[in-house]
Design a protein around this ligand. Structure first.
Ligand SMILES: Cc1cc2nc3c(=O)[nH]c(=O)nc-3n(C[C@H](O)[C@H](O)[C@H](O)COP(=O)(O)OP(=O)(O)OC[C@H]3O[C@@H](n4cnc5c(N)ncnc54)[C@H](O)[C@@H]3O)c2cc1C
Length: 392
């Protein structure tokens, strides 16, 4: 509560509860700013941790184990939590526009709404394909498919569109899980047919050649048919067609293509890059508006182009929290420089993983155990919240 004589720092609104904002909430919970009213608005009550998502699909983790409880975290930070979808920003009047709540005033705003696979340029994709994001909807449809495949006798063909790390991991995780489920029911796991479609000639284009070769070998061993230079042009019920004229009959289509930006950002007047992502400086402050910050997939650091990966969104949590605090206290902001090479631990579905960092790679069950340890430690840091160091 604000004591008399205490400065009123106004309202800070966090839009989206992504990997960066969970870090901001945790830090403001540990060390709050008296006089600040904090609000977080998110479509979901739980933030899925992307690193553990394939492990959840494969059946190694329960749903609760791979999600951060946003309401609990907001309470820890002394923040109001609104479950809602932000649909715009009225910058002139400093108000956030929500689908279901009245406009909400802000003095500082931070955006961490992630990205979703771009589907709008492919006819029928919206209707017939299952996008991997938002995760909540993906999960509902994945569970429905799991049930359908288990109940329906005979073969099933599943296509995954997008052969980056997310698409490859998801293919192998789904295959591992579905094969096991069929085996448990005394069915033939070879009834399952998986296809992976890559718009490029290569899979895992942003990883080194050794990592690509290792995954090529795993996919071949598991009987996943990889379609190269196979950009999908349309999706209809039971079929996908590539721009080069190939057609494939499928029962299910999962969409894990390159990250696309939220359409409503275009109407905010904020400077965006060619992909529609919010341009930010090294301070994570937007180029257009000193009151607005952005981080994670929805942001584009103009001096440090980054891959859209949860690891960067997580890392940006600390500098974002620090610079939001500094901005509120009218102190100079600090520049954040992300690392040039980053470690990706990409799982193969079966408690085995391949590590990729710059030109280096390694693989083994030990890599999966290492990844599992890192991921569980990260999640535990949100479950066992530390004591507050500020007066409630
Ligand atoms: C299958 C798969 C596996 C992956 N594995 C990895 C991995 O191992 N390592 C890695 O580094 N990256 C991985 N990624 C990439 C990773 O998922 C993203 O880079 C990461 O989630 C981005 O984090 P973020 O904080 O920007 O946004 P998100 O984690 O997407 O969070 C955004 C939040 O904002 C909410 N939101 C969205 N729009 C609105 C709105 N308008 N109003 C209010 N709330 C909104 C969303 O519901 C969500 O809760 C993977 C991706 C996929 C698809």
């Amino acid at each position: 509560m604000q004591s008399s004589g205490q400065a009123d720092l106004g309202d800070m609104v966090l839009v989206g509860g992504g990997h960066s904002h969970v870090g901001v909430l945790k830090r403001f919970g540990m060390q709050g700013l008296p006089g600040l009213r904090l609000t977080v608005i998110c479509t979901d009550t739980h933030t899925p941790y992307s690193g553990m998502l394939p492990g959840y699909v494969a059946g190694h983790y329960r749903y609760e184990e791979v999600h951060i409880d946003l309401r609990r975290l907001a309470a820890f930070a002394g923040a109001r939590y609104y479950q809602d979808e932000v649909i715009g920003i009225d910058r002139e009047n400093r108000r956030v526009l929500c689908r279901n709540h009245p406009p909400l005033g802000y003095d500082r705003l931070s955006i961490n709404i992630g990205s979703a696979p771009a589907m709008d340029r492919v006819a029928g994709a919206d209707e017939y394909a299952i996008p991997v994001k938002p995760i909540r909807r993906f999960n509902e449809r994945w569970l429905a498919m799991l049930e359908r495949v288990c109940r329906q006798p005979g073969p099933s063909t599943i296509a995954v569109v997008g052969a980056g790390a997310g698409g490859v991991e998801l293919t192998l995780a789904m295959q591992y899980r579905l094969r096991r489920e069929l085996q448990l029911r005394g069915r033939d796991p070879d009834d399952l047919h998986f296809h992976l479609l890559s718009a490029d000639h290569d899979i895992l284009r942003t990883h080194n050649a050794r990592v690509r070769q290792r995954f090529e070998a795993v996919l071949a061993e598991r009987g996943v048919v990889v379609h190269r230079a196979a950009e999908v042009g349309s999706v209809s019920r039971g079929q996908i067609s590539t721009r080069s004229g190939e057609t494939l009959a499928t029962d299910e289509v999962f969409w894990v293509t390159q990250a696309g930006a939220a359409a409503w950002l275009r109407d905010t007047g904020l400077a965006l890059d060619s992909g529609g992502f919010i341009q930010v400086a090294d301070t994570l402050q937007t180029l257009s508006d000193p009151l607005i910050f952005a981080a994670g997939d929805c942001a584009a650091m103009i001096d440090h182009p980054l891959e859209k990966a949860g690891v960067f969104a997580v890392r940006q949590g600390r500098p974002l929290a620090e610079n939001l605090r500094r901005s509120l206290l009218q102190q100079p902001l600090l520049a954040y420089r992300p690392q040039r090479h980053w470690l990706a631990l990409i799982s193969t579905g079966d408690r085995y993983a391949i590590a990729s960092r710059g030109a280096a790679s390694a693989q083994g069950a030990w890599v999966w155990r290492w990844k599992d340890w890192i991921d569980r430690r990260f999640m535990a840091s949100f479950a066992d919240l530390p004591a507050k160091t500020w007066p409630a």
